[in-house]
Design a protein around this ligand. Structure first.
Ligand code: DGL
Length: 275
């Protein structure tokens, strides 16, 4: 394997800054790898858009990362992973890893009573991607899905323990509680931010699965399998690109990443469309 390929960064993209929750786990398991992140903050949310728009945007996002010379693409966004992954794999030669199969596999390993709940954006839930991935591993597992669209703005507002978040979680999760699930997949980049509230409302007997944690392990194994591990030993870079820098960007990005964000670069959305 040529050294130059190994030294290329890992590319990660998301519809916005939520995917920084996945970057956090990637940097924990792949401590020496450079990461280039693109968050499409000008066009977020993807979770309420049509499949064709999500596919179109995700092709542009992947092209952007390829222009940054990445060796592998990680689709941190659950919505894109559930709609566009096959399309991206067909279109691009670079390995493309999504978050759905890793999260599904981790949930199947975890459940004892064979009842798994999935929460995500409307698009992720409508496409039943988690359900299909779980049934492909074990068709006898019961899968119960619920779209929780209001969790995204609550997480971005930083309302991690707010009374309103508890009330909304009560409303969303009551159906899943009635199904007596023992495992719940947080099928959206933003939901790990609300994990304390979700855990309290769904009950301490239910295991929460963070698909970002599961995906980071899969990326690590894939990089190892393809012999793409960097030889780099210095402190790795995180190059952060976004298509818009919204108000409160710094605060929200740091909440999601779990550490200080020093520099962010803005990409002209025109550049995405014509790349
Ligand atoms: N990143 C999206 C996901 O994980 C959530 C935000 C959006 O709707 O774009 O599904």
């Amino acid at each position: 394997m040529s050294t130059s390929l190994k030294e290329k960064p890992i590319g990660v993209f998301d519809s916005g800054i939520g995917g920084l929750t996945v970057v956090k786990h990637l940097s924990t398991v792949l401590t020496n790898e450079h990461i280039v992140y693109f968050g499409d903050t000008a066009r977020v949310p993807y979770g309420s858009k049509s499949n064709s728009t999500v596919i179109e945007y995700s092709i542009q996002d992947t092209n952007f990362l390829l222009h940054k010379n990445v060796k592998i693409v990680v689709v941190a966004c659950n919505t894109v992973s559930s709609i566009a992954l096959e399309e991206l794999r067909k279109k691009f030669e670079v390995p493309v890893i999504g978050v759905i199969s890793p999260g599904a596999a981790m949930a199947v390993n975890k459940t004892k009573n064979g009842k798994i709940g999935i929460i995500g954006t409307r698009a992720t839930i409508n496409n039943q991607a988690y359900s299909k991935a779980i049934k492909a591993i074990n068709k006898n597992i019961g899968v119960f899905e619920k779209a929780c669209p209001l969790f995204v703005p609550l997480a971005e507002e930083g309302w991690t323990h707010h009374r309103a978040t508890y009330e909304i979680a009560e409303e969303y999760l009551k159906e899943l509680r009635e199904k007596e699930i023992d495992t719940l997949v947080l099928g959206c980049t933003h939901y790990p931010i609300l994990a304390d509230v979700i855990q309290e409302v769904i009950g301490s007997n239910v295991s929460l699965i963070d698909s970002g944690v599961a995906a980071a392990e899969v990326v690590k194994n894939e990089i190892h399998k393809l012999q793409l591990e960097t030889n780099h030993k210095d402190h790795p870079n995180l190059d952060l690109f976004v298509s818009d820098i919204p108000t409160k960007f710094q605060e929200v990005a740091e909440l999601f990443l779990g550490k200080k964000v020093n520099k962010v670069m803005k990409v002209d959305p025109e550049e995405l469309v014509h790349s």
